[in-house]
Structures are given as C-alpha cells and as structure tokens.
Design a protein around this ligand. Sequence first.
Ligand code: ZN
Length: 148
Amino acid sequence: MSDLNDLYQQVIIDHGRKPRNFGKLANANHIKEGYNPLCGDKLTVYLREENNQIIEAQFEGEGCAISMASASLMTEALKNKTLAEAEILFGAFHELLTNDGDEDEKLGKLLVLAGVKEYPMRVKCATLCWHTARAAWKNEDVTVSTEL
Ligand code: ZN
C-alpha cells in the first residue's frame, strides 16, 4: 500500500509542478473564477463546450501543489466528456473526498487524490477546481468560493 501511496504522491507532485492544460483558452465559452480563502488558491477554469460536450478544458491560476495538481488532473478528465458525464464525475469525486465515497473506477486517474481526505484542510484545495468548473458549465452567475 505504501508503494501505491508513493506512486500517487509522485503523480500529484508531477501535476503540481507541471500542470497540464495550463493557460488561457482563447475560444472558451464557459469561464469561471474560483477562490479558496483558507489556503489562498485562486484559479480560472476555461471550458469550450459544444452540443453539451466539453471539447476543451484549461485553467490558470496559482495555489498550493494540491490545488494545481487537482485542476491539472481535472482538465484531463473533463476533456471529451458530456456535461452529464462531467456531472457524474463531479459527484463521484466530491463523494470520494468528503463522504468516504467508494474508490469508483470511473474516477480513473483522479483516484490519486483519494489520500487528500486524510487532510481536511486540503480537501477544499482539491475540490476548488471542480466547484469552479461545475459553476462554469452550469453558467452559474456566482464567484466560486469554498467558504460559501
Ligand atoms: Zn491549497
């Protein structure tokens, strides 16, 4: 198990240091900013959605390694998902980190973040990007803050 944890940790460190899909998405049609005042994580999620499918997902911002790694992994996971699938993924990920949810296999690579639930202060770092992305695809007219 500790080998697996090491592997998970390496993936998180790698994504935290070299976030994938980082930067502004010029043709995004859903954009939302999110803020986690507890840690200071701040990010903007950009989505390009066509016919209820997420074609592109990118983000930019700054924050702790967990917040950057989670956003990086999320943008990879959301690409080519329908909005219905993205909604299911959001639910499964949220359950995993807040409610002792199952290690649902549909979460795929996102499961590397399962260990974050051992650190309650860090859960908001990992879920910020998801709350932000969901507000983006649902066109919610709010600024996302994990304190709301
Ligand atoms: Zn953080």
